[in-house]
Write a protein that binds this ligand. Structure first.
Ligand SMILES: [Zn+2]
Ligand SMILES: [Zn+2]
Length: 199
């Protein structure tokens, strides 16, 4: 699993090392401006979050980093993620009563969630443009009077690995962990028409 996360991050950032380094420096500055000092563990968690595309839970980050930091605890990871969230460096993705996942990619993007294994991948949509979010906001305001602050849009499906392995929500992997026994997540049903139709 850890190997897989690293490979994904590498694939995405093979041409983006410069951008990643710049984002890291900005993040360090943002923390410093808030009087938060950089410890080696905090540094590692921040670097991991800026690089990963896997939307990990605190526990997954802990498992990936703890071999290099024997004194690290899940609580350390979680507290740092909360701190990063407060400063606006990561986003927290909640899925009902399941463990929160964290996203270090702050640009507008969407998620596709595998209902069998729980994998989450980013979807850039439209691939080279911006969604008509302004239109969506207008419509929300017009129909409900709400002042929109943020929105989420998730597509639920079966990932390519699960398809190849013949896994489905009804027939999850035999040796899967306890989470496979849970009912597949149902869509959060946030499907704004303005986004569906695109620009
Ligand atoms: Zn899957
Ligand atoms: Zn994401």
């Amino acid at each position: 699993m850890v190997q897989k996360l690293a490979a994904t991050a590498e694939r995405v950032y093979v041409d983006g090392e410069k951008a990643l380094e710049a984002r890291f420096q900005e993040a360090v500055e943002a923390l410093r401006a808030r009087g938060i000092r950089m410890t080696p563990q905090r540094h590692a968690i921040l670097a991991y979050m800026l690089k990963t595309r896997s939307h990990p839970t605190a526990d997954e980050i802990y498992k990936a980093l703890s071999p290099g930091f024997p004194s690290m605890s899940v609580a350390t990871v979680y507290n740092n993620l909360k701190l990063f969230k407060e400063v606006g460096l990561v986003r927290e993705l909640t899925f009902g009563d399941q463990a929160s996942r964290f996203d270090g990619q702050l640009h507008d993007h969407y998620h596709v969630v595998c209902v069998v294994c729980g994998r989450i991948e980013d979807v850039e949509y439209p691939p080279d443009g911006r969604l008509p979010v302004a239109l969506l906001r207008q419509e929300v305001l017009r129909q409900t009077g709400f002042r929109p602050l943020e929105h989420r849009f998730e597509v639920y499906g079966i990932c390519s690995d699960c398809q190849k392995a013949g896994r489905s929500p009804e027939r999850p992997a035999p040796a899967a962990d306890a989470s496979a026994d849970e009912k597949p997540r149902r869509p959060a049903a946030i499907v704004p028409a303005a986004e569906e139709t695109g620009a």
